[in-house]
Design a protein around this ligand. Structure first.
Ligand SMILES: Nc1ncnc2c1ncn2[C@@H]1O[C@H](COP(=O)(O)OP(=O)(O)OP(=O)(O)O)[C@@H](O)[C@H]1O
Ligand SMILES: [Mg+2]
Length: 317
């Protein structure tokens, strides 16, 4: 089979099947030329870091990871915002029991500011809601995407972390927001379609937007071994065809408590902090907080906060 033919979803499936049962490979090392060096002196400045949670496939747990990671970071004492970028089919507000009276559409129409959209959720988390059942929001043009991203530049008090929950698929609504973030978390579960869709999204982000690193989180898995096996399958194919590093960034177990929390419209990390999934989210938040600040000087695409930092006096520079 030729390399070009392999670089297709069907080819990937064949590779996945062929590698099933193989021992996990060592974690991928950064490729030469890719640097995640700090731009900050690390003493009195906090980066405004945007983290997009994506995955390609629907139902893999993107919103679950975005909500619980955001709240875990908030519980750990960070200033966190969560943008629901699943425009048109928003559900972060439902997951957190919030009832927004306005959404991103009102911001785009100039009817409110971003500050006026912010909804307080539990544990100090602030949510930017998107509309649900709104066709217009599901079909935003690139100027509108840019306007939303730029609106965060105007915040008088930018957060330390902005979590961005993205939609399923490969639409501009997904890729624009993911590429504008300083980090992309790829949520993958143990299904062939999840792996092929995650690969497809990584390919678009790498080839069309120049994204050079994504972080994979395995969701709904039984143990770390299964999670690492998923990572191995994905990294093996991307190492071969793409110029991108896929880091293994942890795993969230399948947890009935998590489903129960969602039914109660609460984050599991808030409702049952000692549950298995809540502990895994706490660990993920600790890891995220250790990630080096990416070098944004090389970024030639539109980005959340445009590299802004929040110094200790709280006045953004
Ligand atoms: N670790 C887990 N354990 C048990 N159930 C989970 C876990 N993660 C997610 N789920 C369940 O999977 C379902 C889908 O999750 P979620 O809505 O977060 O997926 P999504 O990727 O955001 O979907 P969409 O593409 O539709 O936005 C939810 O019902 C949720 O309860
Ligand atoms: Mg979702």
């Amino acid at each position: 089979m030729s390399e070009i033919a392999l670089d297709q979803a069907a080819g990937l499936q064949q590779m996945l099947a062929a590698s099933a049962g193989a021992a996990p490979a060592p974690m991928a090392l950064p490729k030469p030329g890719h640097q995640a060096s700090s731009l900050l002196d690390g003493r009195n400045r906090t980066p405004c870091r945007a983290i997009a949670v994506a995955g390609g496939k629907g139902g893999v747990g993107k919103s679950t990871v975005a909500v619980n990671l955001a709240m875990s970071l908030s519980i750990a004492g960070h200033d966190v915002m969560l943008l629901d970028a699943d425009m048109g089919l928003a559900n972060v507000d439902v997951m957190l029991g919030l009832t927004p009276s306005r959404h991103i559409g009102h911001l785009l129409d100039g009817e409110c500011t971003l500050e006026e959209l912010l909804l307080p959720a539990a544990r100090g988390l602030q949510v930017v809601p998107a509309g649900s059942g709104t066709r217009r929001l599901a079909q935003l043009n690139n100027g509108e995407h840019a306007a939303i991203i730029r609106a965060f530049d105007e915040l008088a008090h930018p957060p330390e972390y902005l979590l961005v929950d993205t939609a399923a698929g490969l639409s501009d609504n997904v890729t624009m927001f993911a590429a504008a973030a300083s980090e992309v978390i790829l949520v993958v579960c143990d299904e062939p379609a999840s792996l092929t869709d995650a690969y497809g999204l990584t390919k678009v982000l790498n080839r069309d937007f120049g994204v050079r690193r994504v972080r994979m989180v395995a969701n709904m898995v039984r143990n770390e071994g299964d999670a690492r096996l998923l990572h191995q399958k994905l990294a093996r194919v991307s190492d071969r065809f793409l110029d991108v590093v896929i880091d293994f960034s942890g795993w969230i177990p399948h947890d009935e408590r998590l489903r129960q929390a969602i039914r109660r419209q609460c984050a599991v990390v808030d409702l049952w902090p000692s549950s298995h999934s809540a502990q895994a989210f706490k660990k993920l938040a600790e890891l995220v907080d250790k990630w080096a600040e990416p070098d944004r000087t090389a970024l030639d695409r539109i980005a959340f906060f445009g590299g802004r930092t929040v110094p200790a006096d709280g006045v953004p520079k």
